[in-house]
Design a protein around this ligand. Sequence first.
Ligand SMILES: [Fe+2]
Length: 374
Amino acid sequence: MSKQREKIEVFEGQVLETALLSDDGGTVLCKAGTIMTPDLIRRLSNWVVRVEPGKKKQDEDETVPAARMNRDEILRRLEFEEIVSRKTRERAESSQGEFFDKVRAGQGGLSLDAIEDAVAAMVEETPDDPDVPVKLFEMKQHSSYMYQHCMECGVMGSFIATNLKYPHKDVMGFAMALMLHDVGILTVPDSVLTKKTALTAEEWALVRGHSERGFEALKKVPGMDPLALMTAMGHHVYADGSGYPESVDFNDLPPLVHLAVVINDFETLTAQHGPFRQAANLHDGVSILLRHRHRYHPTAIEQFVRVIGFYPISTFVELNTGETGVVVRNNPDNLFLPEIKMVLDPEGAEFKKEIIVNLFEDAERRITAVRSDL
Ligand SMILES: [Fe+2]
């Protein structure tokens, strides 16, 4: 009989520094870098035991009565930065729009020059400091959902790849690939894309074919990066075989395309500009991805959550104390316990002084809910 070893102490949100091995050391139960979710801790209960993270009490502070403010007002006052400036974003939107319009019109002679320059400016501005509170999405309404979806994915791709310390050349290629990934949708009539009732089998086949048609359209452009071609073809390919096109093998796709799949789904889930449904808040978007993590490459989903956090920056959270705060920084050692700026006391009054609470060190406060509205 093998000797039972002591259980390893873990806490929710911990990122494993080393792999967790079976008792005989022959099986990797969890790879290094795995995030300890409540579900995972339960499933590994023969090997790990859940503990509370470090504790440190935050000083109390006075509050002043104030009328409840709305979320936008608070976010404006918190001065979260745009990932890229308005001017640079408009330049990228304009070059992307021109490119897409030419594809839509079936024009030849497509050139990447303008869009490449715009993406270079975008990547140049992307902050590589994870402590900078950024707005993850621009809320401006664009006339075309697909144009804005690609734009948001491009900005998010630049942000994530930069923070994962990919070389500049790869960040450029990735941002560009995401800016162009849905170009094949231009071949689907608006009547199908905006249809409120169920699609027919033919219409659905038309939609699913956008990956291959996007690939074909981009292939005609001189100098197109192979990553952009593979992203157009592979951005709906899942590990469990539920995606499309079926001809593409998940295991043949490079790591950045796997990451593009995650970003594409996250943007779609949380898009404030989507035509069909209520957008999920950023935290719910991450939770949904994690619930379906079997669809994604494990490295890609881990990289994504590591940068964006379990409670993404700008998420409003309610605490067990009745207070409300907004996430301003993620704790790299525990994604479940971010740093928050206190916003409202239990009576809904605004805090007078700036109070930052690191939930990793504060044993009295715990997140109990995420607030979509204040
Ligand atoms: Fe797509």
